[in-house]
Design a protein around this ligand. Sequence first.
Ligand code: ACM
Length: 614
Amino acid sequence: MKRFILSAFLAAASLTSFGQSIIPQPVSLQQGSGKFQFTNQTQVVASTPEAKRLAGLLNQYLKKRTGAELKIVSKAPASNYIAFIEKTGLPAEGYELKATPQSVQISGKDAGLFYGLQSVMQLITGDAKPEIASVTIEDHPRFGYRGLMMDVGRHYMPLSFIKQMIDEMAMLKFNRFHWHLTEDQGWRLEIKKYPKLTQVGAYRDETLIGAYGDRMPQQFDGIKYGGFYTQDEAREVVKYAAERHITVIPEIELPGHATAALAAYPELGCTPGPFKVQTTWGVHKDVFCPKEETFQFLENVLTEVMDIFPSPYIHIGGDECPKDRWKESEFCQNLIKKENLKDEHGLQSYFIRRIEKFLNSKGRNIIGWDEILEGGLAPNATVMSWRGEEGGIAAAKENHDVIMSPNGYVYIDHYQSKDRKQEPLAIGGFLPLEKVYSYNPTPKELTAEQQKHIKGVQANLWTEYIPTAGKAQYMYFPRAMALAEVAWSPLNRKDFTEFSEQRLPVYLRKLEKRNLYFRVPDAIGMPKEDTLRGSQFTINLKAPVEGAKIYYTIDGYMPSEATYPYSKPISLTIPQNRRVDLKTIVVTPAGHRSIVSTTTLVNGTPMPDKQPKK
Ligand code: ACM
């Protein structure tokens, strides 16, 4: 018993020595000696209105974390202060940070100063006695577009959660929130000229139960579902995000993924309808018909959208538009002839070009999913490459700007482990943290000049199977931290082992203290292999969340708080022709649990298991 207590203490002590810990990893960070300690005399020096605003944000953060606030002054005292210093000439969005025992100085301009503050907040250790270890940082982002997408069409997400996500995005130095507002299953933005878009289009009769296609006949929950954001609420999100240097990019899907709009205004379809707000997932065949009245409608909608969202970019979708209705429509076939278009892909291109022309005439640019390449790109479009990188590569070669968002690397609606039975229902795929982290958005196929068109990277959360904020958080975190580093940190500063074993555990514990949910990673050091062969094993484990405990079994039963607590390397001798299943689980200080991870240790050729008689 004594031995356990001692080694548990040693394990806990080794967990606290993580050092300076910022996600995303800065361009350069040099540790100094000593530390800056907050006292009740510590002051914040802020002389410009923006610096004063940031000082207020720092105080809000400190108040939540430590219960104390600092006095804001405009002139620096001799020592014991944190200063926001306006400095020009740094790289875009860049900042410098110097912490010594005497002061903490954050220098930069606009977003740069804001990101310096984010780094300071991450560097503070200790809640009761906050301090910052001495450090010198120079930092700026690798990409100008660092995005996360949230689909609120399939499931409506509450405003409070959206704001919470914007706070988390800011902390990770993301600067684009792509808000996917319209879908076959729901139109979520109030449009004053077309009230039926939300009166009708925001509600579906019911929702498919479970995974698409896993039950035949399909089953439905029989519950009316819906919701939408008023224009005032959307403006509130825009303002909240802007205060955190995040641009909200609205997406209004066209010409496909539009049945909720058609349910409200059937005259915009190619057939008389009626159409219904969809209750199943997937791609639906009823799409906008390229009639004059459709363009009039979309221009009116987009006029209101532009009034709410000052973003220079409006996302117009463009993906997954089936051509069935256009093929069957005499009107569309005549239009193809009249406009001298090649086929229905040409018609899609015509559709997007018209919308682009309208938005360009109002001083805005379009972003579209990579299908907008088919039939020819609109002249000024930015392409969001999601079906792999090919679309992005093709667009960059045509000198178009690109946001990389390939489904193999950044579709965070995919499963986080291969053991799907232990994970909440997801759409499919397998996207572990390491794979997100490994992503490099500048493909080798492009020349250095063409790579300049890769403006950045974005992860997407489609919400077919994500009805709650808790599940959304489980899917976002910790993969969003990996993406933050892909988007911000220079390649030579990326190191998955160091990220996942040193900085992420610290970050996740803070996330937990902020009452956010996340997927608890497996114990660090648990073999990735399902089976390891040998007779002698020493398994060295570390907690993936600061302060978390690891429990294990070797008897094939489920690990839990009732089984062995991990306190020192597990040494196992496997006799000839035997095997042992090592199972671990991680439980965080707040009680969040990882899935159970299993590795079978095999020596020789064991007999197969016999099922015990019940
Ligand atoms: C997409 O995932 N359909 C853009």
